[in-house]
Write a protein that binds this ligand. Structure first.
Ligand code: ZN
Length: 197
């Protein structure tokens, strides 16, 4: 994990290297997805403070990693980087305008309720109904540091809440009843024992 971390300028050495990084010619890097119960998924991530080419390269790599994993949302801790950064694309690469980058996001309004099935790249094959707000407004920065507000309802509202939860170290299985969670945890342990997790 340290190697990945330093590559994106978190260390002083990494920062020095950023000027030489040519983001237009560098091939995408597909990150492996970190799975539960890795502790990085259950810790709050740190705010993003540097809006540089390395961050923009990381954002591009996160989209490619998400598409490779067939996901519609991916948070930085899911690739081992504990930063408050998430990408969402409900169209799964089909509509360029659907690409959403949320950096240091804050939910400023939530209203209504919706209960739908949810899944997570860090919990493969696990699906469960989760209660979420039906409509949310999120204030966030983009990869250049510019703040804006976005509104989401239905699936987009769900994606916003699911991904922002990741930045706070909360997985969807901690938003369901203890009884259902215990069944899921038992199922995961069984898969671990069988070498299927
Ligand atoms: Zn997730």
């Amino acid at each position: 994990m340290m190697a990945i971390w330093s590559r994106f300028g978190i260390t002083e050495e990494g920062k020095k290297g950023s000027a030489a990084l040519d983001i237009t010619n560098e091939a995408s890097m597909i990150y492996p997805i970190v799975k539960f119960p890795d502790p990085i998924l259950q810790r709050a991530s740190a705010p993003v403070t540097e809006f540089d080419d390395e961050l923009r390269k990381l954002v591009a790599d996160m989209f490619e990693s998400m598409y490779a994993a067939q996901g519609i949302g991916l948070a930085a801790p899911q690739i081992g980087i504990p930063k408050r950064l998430t990408v969402i694309d409900l169209s799964n690469k089909k509509e360029p305008k659907d690409k959403i980058v949320l950096i240091n996001p804050v939910i400023t309004l939530q209203e209504g309720k919706q209960v739908e099935e949810e899944g997570c790249l860090s919990l493969p094959e696990i699906r469960e109904k989760v209660r979420r707000s039906a409509r949310v407004i999120v204030k966030a920065q983009d990869e250049y540091g510019k703040w804006s507000e976005r509104e989401g309802s239905e699936l987009l509202a769900r994606a916003f809440q699911h991904e922002i939860d990741h930045l706070d170290g909360v997985l969807f299985i901690f938003r369901i009843s203890a009884l259902k969670r215990d069944l899921i945890l038992r199922r995961i342990r069984k898969m671990q024992r069988a070498g299927e997790w």
